[in-house]
Design a binder for this molecule. Structure first.
Ligand code: HEM
Length: 416
């Protein structure tokens, strides 16, 4: 078995500002480069991302999935295909919004029809499309920041509305705190930020908060919907794996269809293997995640790397390594089952590792399991005009595919 000769542990690298500070979301957690500053920030929002809020949102997720399934089934009856990749994006964006604010953005109501495209999605497509130009021509960041409002409105039609919506929610929160109202249930992102800033006496900066929120929405929406789109594509192209999964889901229908219990769903062995294989094979973060070696330097694999060096490792080096995963480009959920499978766990790195590991992992896992369980229990679907060429990965820091996954719903088994 392949081993990395690791000699460096517990070294807290800075993220490379030469990349992260040029992503156009300077106020976000993702772009905090200093480990101590990051630790402080994470201690403010950490409670939002623990297992409990993700668990509590499982029934909301099930409701969104069933509404989406009904809508896609309706389109199927009308002979229309569904762009399931957009459906996933809108469900996940609404879920991230529930997690942060205890209310949805409402994307789910406007997403299923192939002819309609939400202005927020369009804005995000345009935003991620210029990731690398921003990086290679940093002056572009300054130019974009100087655009007058009407140009921003034109180029990114969904973002200004969203910013106004969030500013309204922030103002409501501040007013409630001013009035001394106690928060019912768990605190929202704005509650936590208002509390934290009041403790330090720093002002709340809506522009900075907007960058941060946008990053949660984009990171969550793009990564999770992307893995789910690959899952749909892989399963619909692999009848044997699909049949095994559906048999397991049928046996589990008391806790998928009758009384949704995501903890039991997340214990299903074949579904677990499917989720792991989709996370591995979709290479959700295909490009570099650069860090800067601390001043002391580090020793890695017998080499001394001097302080200040930019280093990086890309996930596909591990995820597609043929000594770890034989036939690395093939969709084989079975590799995660059986006696040898536990030795693979350490190579499951889709969410990264260490302090800068994905903060949204608990929510992401719940959404991955719930989506595959509900859609593949409920809907008989086939791919529609979606080929391997559509699934070519484009690295725009956020994961993008050349085309989108479209399906035709043949039957809604729960409505038969
Ligand atoms: C299958 C789904 C997902 C995958 C594979 C994934 C993967 C990753 C990876 C690899 C990183 C590390 C990036 C780096 O080192 O710069 C990361 C960071 C991050 N992810 Fe995710 N992610 C997923 C879902 C989500 C969700 C649902 C959210 C929001 C709720 C989210 C929010 C974030 C944020 C805010 C960061 C930055 C964390 C920090 O710097 O401390 N992700 N994600």
């Amino acid at each position: 078995m392949w081993e990395i000769p690791v000699t460096t542990i517990r070294i807290h690298y800075h993220k490379d500002p030469g990349v992260y500070k040029l992503l156009g979301i300077d106020g976000s957690i993702l772009t905090i480069t200093d480990p101590e500053e990051h630790k402080q920030y994470r201690s403010i929002v950490g409670s939002l991302f623990s297992k409990k809020p993700a668990d509590d949102l499982a029934p909301t997720m099930a409701a969104l999935l069933n509404r989406s399934a009904e809508s896609m089934a309706r389109q199927g009856r009308e002979g229309k295909p569904s762009v399931i990749q957009r459906t996933y994006r809108s469900i996940v964006a609404d879920m991230v919004s529930y997690l942060l604010f205890k209310r949805p953005l409402g994307l789910i109501d406007s997403q299923h029809d192939a002819d309609h495209y939400h202005s927020f999605m369009l804005s995000i497509d345009r935003f991620t499309a210029i990731t690398w130009p921003r990086f290679y021509y940093p002056i572009l960041n300054w130019v974009i920041d100087s655009f007058p409002a009407f140009v921003v409105e034109r180029l990114q039609p969904g973002l200004r509305n969203l910013q106004e919506l969030f500013n309204g929610w922030l103002n409501e929160t501040v007013a409630a705190h001013d009035a001394g109202k106690t928060v019912e249930g768990r605190k929202t992102y704005f509650d936590l930020m208002t509390d934290a800033k009041r403790k330090t006496g720093e002002p709340l900066r809506p522009d900075q908060l907007f960058d941060d929120i946008l990053n949660y929405l984009v990171a969550g929406m793009e990564a999770t919907s992307y893995v789910l789109s690959f899952a749909t594509y892989f399963l619909l192209n692999n009848p044997e794996a699909k049949a095994k999964l559906e048999a397991e889901l049928l046996d589990a229908s008391p806790f998928i269809r009758d009384e949704f219990d995501h903890r039991k769903i997340m214990a299903l062995p074949y579904l677990t293997a499917v989720v792991k294989e989709c996370l591995r094979l979709s290479n959700t973060v295909p490009g570099f995640l650069p860090r800067v070696v601390p001043d002391t330097g580090v020793d890695i694999g017998g080499y001394h790397i001097p302080g200040g060096t930019q280093i990086s490792m890309i996930h596909p080096i591990v995820e597609l390594h043929e000594e770890i995963f034989p036939n690395p480009h093939k969709f084989i959920p079975e590799r995660w089952l059986g006696n040898n499978s536990s030795s693979l766990e350490k190579w499951a790195i889709a969410f990264s590792r260490g302090r800068r590991q994905c903060i949204g992992m608990n929510l992401a896992y719940m959404m991955l399991y719930a989506s595959i369980a509900v859609f593949f229990s409920r809907l008989e679907m086939e791919l529609h005009e979606t080929t391997a060429a559509d699934m070519e990965i484009i690295d725009q820091f956020a994961p993008i595919t050349q085309g989108v996954v479209k399906v035709k719903i043949i039957t809604d088994r729960w409505q038969e």
